[in-house]
Structure formats: structure tokens, C-alpha cells
Design a binder for this molecule. Structure first.
Ligand code: FAD
Length: 431
């Protein structure tokens, strides 16, 4: 039999590396397997990394990690064809220690994070695909890889293999995802001199800005688009659920081209040079799609366990937190020398007791509500824009009369009862 480890972690994204790092730090013998040429080579993210969950793993990581900019401003844009209603928050307190969140480029960040794991004793092997889990008497006892003599064994295998999690599917922990459970997102990294970024987004050198775009950015379909500022580049991306794409016969790259040439977006990108073009799925099924996360000798973390809060675009933090919880569970299981499902179910308890499942539960019906009622993005966003234009146009109409006209035009278009029903439904979905 080949060498045996305490833990094998499949995948070197934020979930896998958090788990591998924490296990190794606690003295466990850890093998981490990544199919990419290096950690981050296969990974895609809009680029907002949350400070809190990362800091719980590596305190004051911002002093050495390859980060882009601390985010000091979050803007939200409700877009129509030639106008936009905006709101947001800018706070200079986010620009100083301990910060709130950061923009990052995943390739350098993932490599740095994995190196921290190696320093703790993790054995990382790259360019190696895990083909399947080895199961004996109903217990996962190792993995089979695509290397010659590629079987390795461990007390626990952690599946941190991302959104498709073919390994979780092979074990029967989840089915093929439905098109309404995943979003297909494309993004581009566009190089721009830092002075241009600072001018266009009203920033200083060590300040970043995120803009979440709704409405016409996805041609009125359920989904979002984003622009995030790096030091000397901008990430721009757009995505909708696969089901919306199929229904509306959209092609993701057409959607990105449409966004980049939108009259409200184009000025940000002028003179920029495309550096990278990426596409990836995001698990957006939420609470209802979370699979079985613990079995005999096996745990599922991060995207493999569908842990993404699409409404708040939180995924990397859930990946890190779940990876850490899995590691803590394994350390406890090791002290009992019990890696059975009932022992490892402690991970499930930790997960369900944390912000992760609580947040996913809060929004458990949101995606379906907005997908089944397209009026929110298709009708209300343009209505908001028309209302704002009317309200802010100074034309001698008394303000009270203006308010009445706006209300009349909204209720006139959809009907008072329908507007009330829509408002109640939306409130219920996000309350
Ligand atoms: P991943 O990062 O996908 O890592 C999985 C790893 O496993 C990969 O390295 C892969 O190569 C490896 N792997 C897979 N199968 C195998 C195998 N069989 N053998 C060996 N290795 C394997 N989250 C945020 O917090 N903020 C954002 O701004 C944000 N924006 C996003 C924008 C886009 C366009 C996308 C697609 C996602 C975004 N997310 C964001 C979500 C976030 O990227 C994910 O939630 C997070 O990366 C999940 O981490 P993970 O480690 O679970 O999976």
C-alpha cells in the first residue's frame, strides 16, 4: 500500500488551502492535490476577498499577502439603457487596518496561500487529477489519481474540488446541478494605468472600489455584473443563472461585450488593454442545494458543498470558513481516532450553527422568487430610472405633484395591486 496520510485535501482553492493549512498547523500529516499547474491557475473570482475569515486563519495576512486594493467604496447601480440609479457607501475607515475587504487576483493570491500551507508542513502536489475516491466497506479510505501508482490513503478525504465536485457526485452526495442552481459568469481583466483608475473611480493609490450592476447589465435577466478595481487593472464580469441564459437565448460573451460597450460603462474602460478572459460557474442554488457534507471518512467544503451567498457575492469567505471548520473537526476526530460519519458530523453541526448556513437559509427563496418574477429586473429597474429622471428634473412642477405623477406612472404601468404584491413578495424573499 502507498504512503498513508492523516488527511488528503482535493483542490487548492481557498477552501482546500484553509483546510490543509489548519490541519497541518495542528500537527496532522496532510497531502493536498491540485489538478492545475499551480494553485490559482484554474481559479476565477470577481475578486473581493473578505478580511475576517482570512484573518481567522492567518492573522494580519494583509502585511504579506499579494492583495490589490483595500475596498473603501461599494457602489450599487440599477442600470437602464442610458441611465443609472446609484447608491452605495464609501468609508475611509475601510482603508486602514484592520480593513474590511480587498480586491485580489486569484492566481498570485492562491499561490501565496498554498505556500503558507507548505510552510506548515502540507505536501502539495500539482498537475495531478483525483479521479475518484477509494471506498472500502462504505468508508472513503483514499483517492485514486491520474499518476502512475496513483493511489494514496488517508483517515479523511476533504473534497474541496469546487463547483462541479465530480467526486461528491460519484459518492452520490449530490446530483448533476440543475441550470437554475448555477450561474455562468464571464469576466475580463483589463489593464489600465493606476492614475486612470484613480481618476475614473475617484480613488487614491491604496483605495479600491466595487460596483455591482443590476438591470440592463444582464439585459434584465436574473444575475449580476461587476466592476472591481485592482492596482493597475479592472475586473469586469457578468453572469446569469444557466436557466436564464437558456431561456433568454443569451451567450455569456455577448453579454460581456454588451456590458463593455454600454454607455454607462465604456468611459471606465477606455484605453484599457485586455489581459485575461475567464469563464466559470458559480453555485447559486443556496440553502436548498447544499448536499450531504459529511460521510464516513469524507467531508465537502466550499463550492463543492455549494456554499455561496449570491446575494452578497460571498463565496471565498464561506470557502475559507468551511475549510477551517472541516480541519477543526478532523483534529477532534483524530483525538478520538474516530473518522466515522457520526464523528465527522460535527463539521455539519459547526456549519449549520455558523453565519454560512444561517445566511443561505435567510435567502433560501430569493433566487427562485426573482427568477420566476422577471419584472423586478426587467420592469422595476427601468421604472426606477424614469422616476429618478422625473424627480430630479426641475421643470416648475410642484414637488408634491411630481411625487403623485411618479406614483401614478408606476401603478399605472403595473396596477396598484400588482405593485403591492411584488413589493411584499420581494420583502419576503430577502427579509
Ligand atoms: P475553487 O476556488 O473552485 O477551487 C477548487 C480547486 O480544486 C481548483 O483549484 C481546481 O483546479 C481543483 N480541482 C477540482 N477538481 C479537482 C480534481 N479532481 N483533482 C484535483 N484538483 C481538482 N467570491 C467572493 O468571495 N468574492 C467575489 O468577488 C467573488 N466573485 C466571483 C466571481 C466569479 C466570476 C466567480 C466564478 C466566482 C466568484 N466568487 C466570489 C466565488 C468564489 O470564487 C468561490 O466561492 C471560491 O473560489 C470557492 O473556493 P473553493 O476552494 O471551494 O473552490
Amino acid at each position: 500500500m502507498s504512503e498513508k496520510f492523516d488527511v488528503i485535501v482535493v483542490g487548492a482553492g481557498p477552501a482546500g488551502t484553509s483546510c490543509a493549512y489548519t490541519c497541518a498547523k495542528n500537527g496532522l500529516k496532510v497531502l493536498q492535490i491540485e489538478r492545475g499547474e499551480y494553485p490559482g491557475s484554474k481559479n476565477v473570482m470577481g475578486g473581493v476577498l473578505y478580511r475576517q475569515q482570512m484573518e481567522e486563519i492567518i492573522p494580519e495576512f494583509w502585511k504579506e499577502a499579494p492583495l490589490e486594493r483595500p475596498v473603501v467604496e461599494q457602489r450599487f447601480w440599477m442600470m437602464d439603457k442610458e441611465s443609472v440609479v446609484t447608491f452605495g457607501y464609501k468609508g475611509l475607515e475601510w482603508g486602514v487596518e484592520p480593513y474590511n475587504n480587498f480586491t485580489v487576483l486569484r492566481a498570485p493570491f492562491d499561490q501565496w496561500f498554498a505556500k503558507k500551507g507548505i510552510e506548515q508542513g502540507v505536501l502539495l502536489i500539482t498537475e495531478t487529477v483525483v479521479l475518484e475516491c477509494i471506498v472500502e466497506n462504505g468508508k472513503v479510505i483514499g483517492v485514486r489519481t491520474d499518476r502512475p501508482d496513483g493511489e494514496v490513503y488517508a483517515d479523511v478525504v476533504v473534497l474541496a474540488d469546487g463547483v462541479n465536485s465530480l467526486l461528491g457526485k460519484q459518492l452520490g452526495y449530490h446530483n448533476e446541478f440543475r441550470p437554475d442552481e448555477v450561474a455562468l459568469t464571464v469576466m475580463e481583466v483589463i489593464n489600465l494605468p493606476k492614475e486612470k483608475i484613480n481618476d475614473r473611480f475617484n480613488l487614491e493609490d491604496n483605495q479600491g472600489c466595487t460596483i455591482e450592476l443590476f438591470g440592463d447589465s444582464t439585459k434584465g435577466n436574473l444575475g449580476t455584473a461587476f466592476i472591481y478595481t485592482n492596482k493597475e487593472s479592472i475586473n469586469i464580469g457578468v453572469g446569469t443563472t444557466l436557466s436564464s441564459m437558456i431561456k433568454a437565448k443569451l451567450k455569456p460573451y455577448d453579454l460581456l461585450d454588451y456590458l463593455k460597450t454600454h454607455s454607462m460603462i465604456k468611459p471606465f474602460l477606455e484605453g484599457g488593454e485586455s489581459a485575461e478572459y475567464l469563464a466559470h460557474l458559480i453555485p447559486e442554488g443556496g440553502f436548498h442545494s447544499v448536499p450531504k457534507v459529511a460521510g464516513n471518512g469524507v467531508l465537502l467544503v466550499g463550492d463543492a458543498a455549494q456554499l455561496v451567498n449570491a446575494i452578497h457575492r460571498e463565496g471565498s469567505n464561506m470557502a475559507m470558513a468551511s475549510g477551517k471548520m472541516a480541519a477543526e473537526t478532523i483534529v477532534e476526530a483524530k483525538s478520538r481516532n474516530d473518522f466515522s460519519e457520526s464523528s465527522l458530523n460535527l463539521y455539519r453541526e459547526k456549519l449549520y450553527d455558523s453565519f454560512i448556513i444561517k445566511d443561505l437559509e435567510k435567502y433560501k427563496d430569493a433566487a427562485h422568487t426573482f427568477e420566476n418574477h422577471p419584472q423586478y429586473f426587467k420592469d422595476y429597474v427601468p421604472m426606477m430610472n424614469r422616476a429618478a429622471s422625473k424627480f430630479f428634473t426641475v421643470d416648475g412642477t410642484p414637488k408634491r405633484e411630481k411625487q403623485k405623477q411618479i406614483m401614478r406612472s408606476i401603478t399605472g404601468e403595473r396596477g396598484t395591486l400588482k405593485v403591492l404584491q411584488d413589493m411584499y413578495r420581494a420583502w419576503k424573499a430577502v427579509k
